[in-house]
Design a protein around this ligand. Structure first.
Ligand code: NAD
Length: 362
């Protein structure tokens, strides 16, 4: 049963708390070698995307003799071929831990290695996606992305260093921040919501919504970057702890079916998914609105995305109009928990609004 997330309601829940160590603060990457040593490891394999090679090399340099090698082949959605290559490299080098420095794609590659070998992961996130706090992995084989949960893939240590996000361009940072807010929003109306995670989620929205506009205005503002990353940590913790609903399922379907970019898809769909669920989860929506400083959750999210200059329409990120009906069919195929019943007509209207970038329904 969904827990009413209204403050003051009678708590009634089951909560499995996840383990993990978090090191947070500007300059904390300097602790990387000490964290590897703390795990009892001496041969770290550093992972990154090709675009972040320089950042990963700087991290590898901090490891000195504890760096066994660098694998700069991480790509979006963790194709199985890339996972196999990284696993083989870890084995060849005799790696005893993986250091994943980057966004969800790179951390996802670390998880793919850990899934088979139980290699401990030190995650150094440089976006706001939140994968570093979750035991959720994703692997893409023959064009189909499969996700699962496994305790082995949960990073043992997460180093959040806001200085590493200073170079995160606005076009990635804005949508990535809204992706994090989406975790918080769905955590507040999750079937297995609990009071601790709801507090984290509400604070996560407040921290992200309060800092992202300043991050866009002044990319070098370390205080704003720190607050955004703090919000992303809370969002990741919420994503790892409770189940997600309509919004995440829809984004997964859209991303997988039409190869749409992950964070942008979340950014566009979120206000519409929230409008869809609004009447069925009023206590959660009141908390979202309050954290945003808006009168209405869906309108506030739409306005925030617009103020960040993020894309607002699926048609602008590569979605074909003919795909709306197909996505609606897929969305109603497998039943899952959602506060408001998921109907094909309802999803068609939601996707049509998101496709055109209209303001969400009131
Ligand atoms: P990403 O990891 O694909 O990164 C996007 C681009 O930004 C990459 O080119 C990357 O190198 C670059 N980048 C990242 N940080 C940068 C920085 N500080 N400066 C400059 N460039 C930087 O994007 P993402 O949104 O972080 O992750 C998306 C992926 O993560 C998706 O595949 C999604 O499914 C997955 N994900 C998984 C979970 C989970 O719990 N398993 C959670 C969230 C996201």
């Amino acid at each position: 049963m969904q827990m009413d997330s209204a403050p003051g309601s009678t708590p009634d829940f089951t909560y499995d708390q996840l383990p993990g160590r978090v090191v947070f603060g500007p300059g904390k990457l300097d602790q990387l070698e000490a964290e590897v040593a703390r795990l009892g490891a001496s041969r770290a394999l550093v992972l990154c995307t090709p675009e972040q090679t320089a950042q990963a090399e700087a991290a590898a340099a901090r490891l000195g003799a504890r760096c066994a090698g660098l694998f700069a082949g991480a790509v979006m959605h963790v194709p199985i071929e890339v996972a196999r290559a990284a696993r083989a490299e870890a084995q060849r080098l005799g790696a005893d831990c993986a250091v994943a420095i980057g966004g969800g794609s790179t951390i996802g590659l670390g998880k793919a290695i850990a899934l088979e070998s139980a290699l401990p992961i030190i995650a150094v996130p440089t976006t706001y996606a939140g994968s570093e706090m979750t035991p959720i992995y994703g692997l893409t084989e023959a064009g189909v992305k499969k996700t699962g949960r496994d305790a082995r893939v949960l990073p043992r240590v997460v180093i959040y260093d806001p200085l590493l996000t200073l170079g995160l361009p606005a076009r990635i940072g804005g949508p990535s921040g809204i992706n994090a807010i989406a975790h918080c929003v769905e955590a507040l109306y999750a079937q297995d919501a609990n009071p601790i995670i709801s507090m984290l989620a509400e604070e996560g929205i407040r921290a992200l919504a309060g800092s992202l506009p300043q991050v866009m205005r002044a990319p070098d503002d370390v205080a704003a970057r720190s607050r955004a990353l703090y919000g992303a940590w809370l969002a990741g913790a919420a994503l790892g702890a409770v189940g997600m609903a309509l919004h995440h399922k829809l984004c997964h379907t859209l991303g997988g079916s039409f190869n749409l970019p992950h964070a942008e898809t979340h950014t566009i769909v979120l206000p519409h998914a929230v409008a869809y669920n609004s009447a069925a989860a009023p206590a959660a929506m009141a908390r979202v609105a309050q954290a945003l400083g808006a009168a209405d959750a869906a309108q506030g999210l739409y306005d925030l995305a617009a103020s960040l200059g993020a894309p607002l329409a699926l048609k602008d990120i590569g979605m074909p109009e003919a795909g709306i009906a197909r996505a609606a069919d897929l969305a109603v195929q497998n039943p899952y928990y959602n506060p408001c019943p998921v109907t094909r007509d309802g999803i068609l209207a939601l996707l049509d609004n998101a496709y055109h970038g209209r303001r969400p329904n009131k």
